[in-house]
Ligand binder design. Structure first.
Ligand SMILES: [Zn+2]
Length: 338
């Protein structure tokens, strides 16, 4: 099969690789219908996470089950499935509590920008759609493997409830889908923080009612202005830098919640800051599996169309251009077709 391999910062190549096979009786092998580049793939691509050897890359994936191990009972060959970015057994205490991304036997999906993917713990991980979807639904279904479910978790973790005022820090694909998630969860007012006109338009299309272009102290002041000096009830932190986390915490009202899903790089929070702001923090890698049945329903019924975050579609062979376009912010998110 062909698959994308990160050789060094800025150096992604699509190469011929060995076909993955069923190894454990609980495995499935899935053939890609679509895959894509994640914002978090840019951390190693930019050399912020060290790259020590050529590494197959990618973790957002959906496709047709090709083969299953002898213990797999919930999916069968020919079904279309969404693959969460962390495989989970579905049976441990954390899985049963809905925190599948903290599964005692979790396995991070990698090497998913490829034609085939081996998925461990198939029963605990994969969710099939009612039928094989039409091509038009593919982009939206693909987002459920990570980016849409991550935006959803940001909103759930922030405690978004009907009628709330919500602020979203970050206008990448996760932030934009955080806007959509907050709208679906009934937020009355959604303030998107973005300086980029095309992203502002997408945010508005997903349900943002206000756009704030300022950052730092000015951004915080602007959100206070818009909320009668109170702060937002819930804030979604979708970047992962010290600056964005600081922005999120300071934009939240006392007693409000911050849902943080940006992978933290250089984020430091002091006990004194937590004590004085009286803000609740919850976040981490999204338990995608928990949200999949509900999110599949919402896409399947046409209630949501998160696939609109893809503004670039390329053949898998041109994965390198997808990385470049996202790195240079020429594209919000690149979909790759096998
Ligand atoms: Zn588990």
């Amino acid at each position: 099969m062909r698959g994308a391999v990160l050789h060094a910062p800025g150096d992604v190549r699509v190469e011929q690789l060995e076909d993955p096979r069923v190894v454990e009786p609980t495995d499935a092998v899935v053939r890609a219908s679509a895959t894509c580049v994640c914002g978090s793939d840019l951390w190693p691509y930019r050399g912020i996470n060290e790259v020590t050897e050529p590494t197959p890359i990618g973790h957002e994936y959906c496709g047709i089950v090709e083969e299953v191990g002898s213990d797999v009972t919930t999916v069968r060959p020919g079904q279309f499935v969404i693959v969460p970015f962390i495989a989970s057994d579905g049976t441990c205490a954390h899985c049963r509590a809905g925190y599948q991304s903290a599964c005692a036997h979790r396995v991070g999906v990698t090497g998913a920008q490829a034609e085939l993917l081996r998925v461990p713990h198939a029963d605990g991980t994969l969710v099939a759609t009612p039928e094989v979807p039409s091509a038009e639904l593919l982009p939206s279904l693909l987002t459920l493997s990570d980016v849409m479910a991550t935006g959803w978790f940001a909103a759930v973790a922030a405690g978004v409830q009907p009628g709330m005022t919500v602020a979203v820090v970050g206008d990448g694909a996760v932030g934009l889908l955080g806007v959509l998630s907050a709208a679906q969860l009934g937020a009355e007012r959604i303030i998107a923080m973005s300086r980029h006109e095309p992203r502002q338009r997408l945010a508005t299309g997903f349900g943002a009612t206000d756009i704030v272009t300022e950052r730092g102290d000015e951004g915080v002041a602007r959100i206070r202005d818009l909320t009668d000096g109170v702060g937002a009830d819930a804030v979604l932190e979708c970047v992962g830098t010290g600056e964005s986390m600081d922005q999120a915490i300071r934009s939240t009202r006392p007693g409000g919640g911050v849902g943080f899903v940006g992978v933290p790089h250089g984020v430091e929070i002091t006990g004194r800051q937590l004590f004085s702001t009286m803000v609740r923090l919850h976040g981490g890698p999204a338990p995608v599996r928990r949200f999949l049945p509900d999110l599949i329903d919402r896409v399947w019924s046409g209630t949501i169309d998160p696939g609109r975050v893809f503004d670039l579609t390329l053949p898998l062979d041109q994965a390198a251009e997808g990385y470049r376009a996202m790195d240079e912010r020429r594209a919000v998110k690149a979909l790759l077709t096998p």
